[in-house]
Design a protein around this ligand. Structure first.
Ligand SMILES: [Zn+2]
Length: 78
């Protein structure tokens, strides 16, 4: 029996937030992106293995990875 499996990273843009950038110090809009690594079976995503959130400053382009809890805090849903 042949099993085709692998991993696939899916990027999804989320609504951004206004926050203070730790790099340039500007209180400006930040872009938020979800990066989900999915386990695939026969090229179909079966389950999410890991999920990361990437926040990018629109002023200087500084990008950092944040946890799901920090992302929820940014959305005001803690
Ligand atoms: Zn910045």
């Amino acid at each position: 029996m042949l099993l085709l499996f692998g991993f696939k990273t899916v990027h999804k843009a989320l609504p951004g937030r206004t926050a203070t950038c730790p790099h340039c110090g500007a209180f400006i809009h930040h872009l938020l992106e979800e990066q989900a690594t999915k386990f695939t079976l026969f090229f179909l995503p079966v389950l999410t293995v890991s999920r990361k959130f990437r926040i990018t400053c629109t002023n200087c382009g500084y990008a950092s990875t944040i946890s799901g809890a920090r992302k929820r805090a940014l959305e005001g849903r803690l």
